[in-house]
Design a protein. Structure first.
Length: 304
């Protein structure tokens, strides 16, 4: 058994179906647990859902207002949303109130032609995150004629259960808590916090280079908010803002094998060091390769 409630701010109203097993959860997060009409409030105010919904609605509206749009003659419409599952962050009854973390849903988006299949609409909403490319410029070695050594990259090696690995190499990263993917200060602050937690490196947020902004990604597909990259747009809304930080001085021995991360959050991190010129062949992590590609492109243009 499920409950269907119409989105209160759309014309025509869009039905949102909530399965029976999620009704108690949303009721407990609502300002009025006894009101069925307010059952959707925790979902509609959840930043990733709100941003996804508004962006999709805007994209759909452009079909009708732009005669040159490829779908102008038979535009697609959002007909129905079915919530499949919701993951909550924070224990119920703990010091902090629980909140919606991840949302899995199906969006029924189709045109009027019955011969045309609906667009693929399985969506995993997890919101924005940050990742930081840390480049170490080691001190010159006097025994080697003070030759400038190869820059080093600090990677984290940690378990990533979703891909079945206990030792994935990647750059430091973390989720962002923000109402907007364009909130630059929140993103850089989160990035600085991640470096402290995972590497034990204390820096100022303003010392970070926003690679996405420097590359002008905000102007690519202007319908999308913010300037991050999308690692899996076929199934998830996740957008990652990529930063770089150049650390002057230090040696490989200071970082290699160091243990980091927050154990209370289940993080089991060991730091690994690779030479910058070898990074592209040392990991299968997309955000790491994307950050390196942006860094190299900006470097070719003399912007970093």
């Amino acid at each position: 058994m499920s409950t269907t409630i119409y989105h209160p701010y759309t014309t025509p109203p869009i039905p949102i179906t909530i399965p029976h097993h999620l009704t108690p959860l949303l009721s407990s997060l609502s300002a009025d647990p006894t009101s069925t009409a307010r059952l959707l409030e925790p979902l509609l105010t959840h930043p990733p859902f709100k941003i996804w919904f508004n962006t999709l609605q805007h994209s759909l509206s452009l079909q009708k207002t732009n005669p040159a749009h490829p779908f102008h003659k038979d535009p697609y419409e959002l007909k129905h949303i079915t919530i499949n599952n919701i993951d909550v962050f924070g224990p119920r009854g703990g010091p902090k109130p629980p909140k919606i973390g991840f949302v899995n849903l199906h969006a029924d988006v189709r045109c009027s032609d019955p011969a045309e299949a609906p667009l693929p609409g399985i969506v995993f909403l997890r919101g924005g995150s940050v990742a930081i490319l840390v480049i170490v410029e080691p001190e010159a070695d006097a025994q080697d004629g003070n030759a400038k050594p190869e820059p080093l990259i600090i990677l984290t090696q940690q378990p990533r259960i979703p891909v079945g690995s206990l030792s994935l190499l990647e750059i430091p990263a973390g989720m962002i808590e923000s109402t907007s993917p364009g909130s630059g200060s929140a993103f850089s602050g989160t990035a600085a916090k991640e470096l402290q937690e995972e590497l034990g490196l204390t820096i100022r947020a303003e010392d970070l280079l926003d690679l996405c902004a420097l590359a002008g990604l905000e102007g690519v597909d202007s319908v999308l908010e913010g300037g991050g990259v999308f690692p899996s747009p076929g199934g998830s809304d996740e957008h990652i803002t990529l930063f770089a930080y150049v650390h002057k001085g230090g040696r490989r021995e200071e970082w290699e094998g160091k243990v980091g991360g927050l154990r209370e959050d289940g993080e089991r991190i060991v730091l690994r060091i690779v030479e910058a010129g070898e990074l592209w062949r040392k990991t299968r992590d997309m955000k790491t390769l994307a950050a390196w590609a942006l860094w190299e492109g900006l470097k070719r243009e003399g912007r970093v």
